[in-house]
Design a protein around this ligand. Structure first.
Ligand SMILES: [Mg+2]
Length: 144
């Protein structure tokens, strides 16, 4: 049994999408803490605990928007998989369209799953809840 909160890093530049994801995860059955960053540079600095994130919590799972400023989600995924300390980290990609190129690229580069961001709140909420049911309740995370 897990006795501590699951630490989630949400990498999302859209304020609306971030708010929806955070709200949905607040209602999750599994205790979790969401840390939110808004681009790929911040995401990698957070995961590597580099300034200004030197005191950041170790992350259990990443929710990664693919369309990000500065460093894209694809680049973040590739960097995580190339990093000895991060490569086992579960990464769930968030994408607005099920763009075939994104899906193929991410699976080829070690993504664990996709959530297609639906337009409607209810759909998005349901998508995040189903993520929660599977990834937080069912799947054994590295380091457990
Ligand atoms: Mg985006």
């Amino acid at each position: 049994m897990r006795t501590r909160a699951v630490e989630i890093l949400l990498v999302e530049d859209s304020p609306g999408d971030a708010r929806l994801a955070i709200e949905a995860l607040k209602d999750a059955r599994i205790l979790n803490t969401v840390h939110h960053v808004i681009d790929g540079v911040e995401a990698l600095a957070f995961l590597r605990r580099q300034p200004p994130f030197a005191d950041a919590a170790p992350i259990d799972i990443v929710l990664l928007d693919l369309n990000l400023p500065r460093v894209s989600g694809r680049e973040v995924l590739t960097a995580i998989r190339a990093d000895h300390d991060l490569r086992k980290l579960p990464v769930i990609a968030l994408t607005t369209s099920a763009a075939r190129g994104d899906v193929d690229y991410c699976y080829a580069n070690g993504v664990n799953a996709f959530i297609t961001k639906p337009v409607e709140f209810d759909q998005f909420y349901a998508a995040v809840q189903s993520f929660e049911n599977f990834w937080l309740a069912v799947v054994a995370l590295p380091g457990d």
